[in-house]
Design a protein. Structure first.
Length: 608
């Protein structure tokens, strides 16, 4: 019997270890603006608790009744990634043998939530505050995640349900989340000190009461099933009491006495500060100016003791103050003395012009004569196609004839003129007309690409100027004087960039473009077209944005002729002017691409 009992005792810890869950692996991955920690377990019913320590910039996850090997719990550094997670470490929770704790160190206090997928617990952490929407947080945050609720709603929440954490939360000001064990009170005309002792006995903490608390008027309470920390906080608020915590000891005093003690403590601290030794340190600056940093640091030195001097030659600051202030000054200078982001702004202005025109019809009408008797002493022409002699209306053999000619033009326009002239053909003489067939097409493409580089929040201007001359005549006759005057066409880009903390760029843009057109005459100045745009835009680093565009379309057609006759089919073109439709298209598009050229040196993260 004893042997069997002894074997049972030996096997009991082993059986308990078999019942504990096992953490198989911890995986880290970063996708876009969200970092993920994936905890793989051997079963899905493992209870986990997550809370956020804002002072230490940490997220803590506790796995209840879970074990893991040292290889799984080994720490790993993720600081080389650009996300919010810097370091991850796991260890056995000190207060429990089979509980695990995973500590995640953050660059800054950001939000997170957990989700479960089969045997995996996934911790989602935003890489900058604001990535998770309010709907995401409401959908994914569990009811037991008290600390995350505190970040979202500005409520003071204990780090855990441990007594030390609850007492520490009671010493804070503002809205609180109460998590203590529920208690009930039904007392009448009981001293405040006695009620406080009752709450301490029910909750297990030690209490120290100031002597003035015994002079407070008695209270009558009827509380049922309320958290003990809420009851304690309510009584302290009603009687204007304040508390200080030291472990599980809570010291309660009146507000008046606490205020006086605080004043005495502050006076003592100032007296000690006046006696503290002063040290001097030189801070060489690389990018900031001594004048700008001296203005900022003057608010942080010790009053009447600290001193800041500047050396413009070496661009250095000499600070004389207490060691604590010197250390704080060092951190401020390290944060502010960084490279100023430099932004390259590339713009491209594309302008396309297309003109199309057509002219079809008789250029000067048609003219002819008719002789009812016919030619005398001559014979009809033997055929059509015998060329005329130059300057005459006769053929080379003396008979009647005709001439036919075409004349194409040279240049952008493709023009054809078909002329027919007949001196005499049977009873028809002096037949003359010119048929014009013309189609012109003109295309042009103008590309301007100004570039400029400037520092953050510094305006930059780049401009080009094109000039043309035209002749001007003053006076007349012998007194006439001829001179030349110039007219200018400018292209100007003025831009002021502002780099945001996320790496995007705010641009204040003023772009104007002028160009010459055709001259109305040789002595007249050329026509000038002007385009201008003023705008403010937010652009991701390295992205291209279209900041403006103009599209113009024009179609014209004009003709005249004899009423009614000009509208007759087929022969109507004999009684109207040329058919001359013209179409013109003009389109201008402006592209802009800003790029930070020293992004890494300026401490910015590329989010593109």
């Amino acid at each position: 019997m004893k042997k069997g009992f002894f074997l049972l005792l030996l096997s009991l810890p082993f059986n308990l270890s078999l019942q504990a869950a096992e953490l198989k692996s911890i995986e880290f991955e970063q996708k876009s603006e969200v970092s993920k920690l994936i905890f793989s377990l051997d079963r899905a019913d493992v209870k986990s608790t997550r809370y956020h320590i804002s002072e230490d910039k940490q997220i803590i996850i506790d796995f209840v009744d879970t074990i893991a090997t040292q290889r799984v719990l080994r720490a790993f550094d993720t600081s080389e990634f650009s996300g919010s997670v810097v370091f991850v470490t796991g260890y056995k929770k000190p207060s429990s043998k089979n509980d695990l704790r995973i500590a995640i160190q953050l660059r800054d206090n950001v939000r997170s939530y957990t989700e479960r997928k089969d045997n995996k617990v996934i911790l989602n952490i935003e890489n900058r505050f604001g990535v998770f929407s309010k709907a995401d947080m409401e959908r994914n945050v569990s009811r037991e995640d008290l600390q995350q609720e505190a970040i979202a709603t500005n409520i003071n929440v204990p780090k855990s349900t441990r007594l030390e954490d609850i007492l520490e939360n009671l010493t804070l000001s503002g809205r609180k989340k109460y998590v203590g064990r529920k208690v009930s009170f039904n007392v009448k005309s009981v001293a405040v000190a006695d009620i406080l002792k009752m709450i301490a006995d029910a909750s297990g903490f030690n209490i120290i009461l100031h002597k003035d608390i015994s002079e407070l008027p008695p209270l009558t309470l009827n509380l049922t099933n309320v958290p003990w920390d809420q009851a304690l906080d309510t009584i302290m608020d009603l009687n204007k009491l304040v508390a200080m915590k030291n472990g599980i000891i809570l010291s309660i005093n009146t507000l008046k006495n606490a205020t006086e003690d605080a004043k005495k403590t502050e006076a003592s601290r100032r007296a000690a500060l006046r006696q503290e030794r002063l040290v001097t340190k030189v801070f060489p600056l690389s990018y900031s100016t001594t004048k700008d940093l001296k203005k900022i640091l003057s608010d942080y030195i010790t009053k009447d003791r600290g001193k800041i001097s500047e050396d413009e030659r070496t661009n250095s600051l000499i600070v004389k103050d207490t060691p604590e202030v010197i250390e704080r000054t060092k951190k401020i200078i390290e944060a502010l003395d960084t490279q100023t982001p430099q932004v390259l702004i590339q713009s491209k202005i594309v302008e396309v012009t297309e003109i199309y025109a057509k002219e079809i019809g008789l250029q000067q009408g048609i003219s002819f004569g008719y002789d009812p008797i016919g030619g005398l002493g001559g014979e009809p022409s033997q055929g059509i196609g015998t060329p005329n002699e130059p300057g005459t209306g006769k053929t080379s053999d003396g008979g009647p004839g005709f001439s036919f000619s075409t004349a194409p033009s040279i240049g952008d326009n493709a023009r054809s003129l078909f002329g027919l002239s007949i001196s005499r053909f049977s009873r028809l003489f002096d037949l003359n007309f010119t048929l014009q067939l013309m189609e012109s097409e003109s295309k042009g493409k103008i590309i301007s690409s100004p570039k400029v580089i400037t520092q953050n929040k510094k305006a930059a201007v780049i401009s080009t100027k094109d000039t043309k001359s035209f002749q001007v005549t003053n006076g007349s006759g012998d007194q006439a004087q001829t001179s030349f005057q110039e007219v200018e066409a400018n292209l100007k880009l003025e831009v002021t960039p502002q780099v945001t903390n996320e790496g995007s760029i705010n641009l204040d843009i003023n772009l104007s473009k002028e160009q010459f057109g055709a001259r109305p005459s040789d002595a007249a100045p050329p026509e000038k077209q002007s385009r201008e745009i003023k705008t403010k835009v937010l652009v991701d680093n390295g992205s291209t944005i279209v900041i403006g565009g103009i599209y113009a379309f024009e179609k014209r057609e004009s003709h005249s002729g004899i009423p009614f006759l000009k509208d007759l089919p087929l022969v109507g073109w004999l009684f109207r002017t040329l058919h001359n439709p013209a179409t013109s298209k003009n389109e201008m598009i402006i592209f802009l691409t800003p790029r930070i050229i020293n992004q890494e040196e300026a401490g910015l993260t590329d989010n593109t």
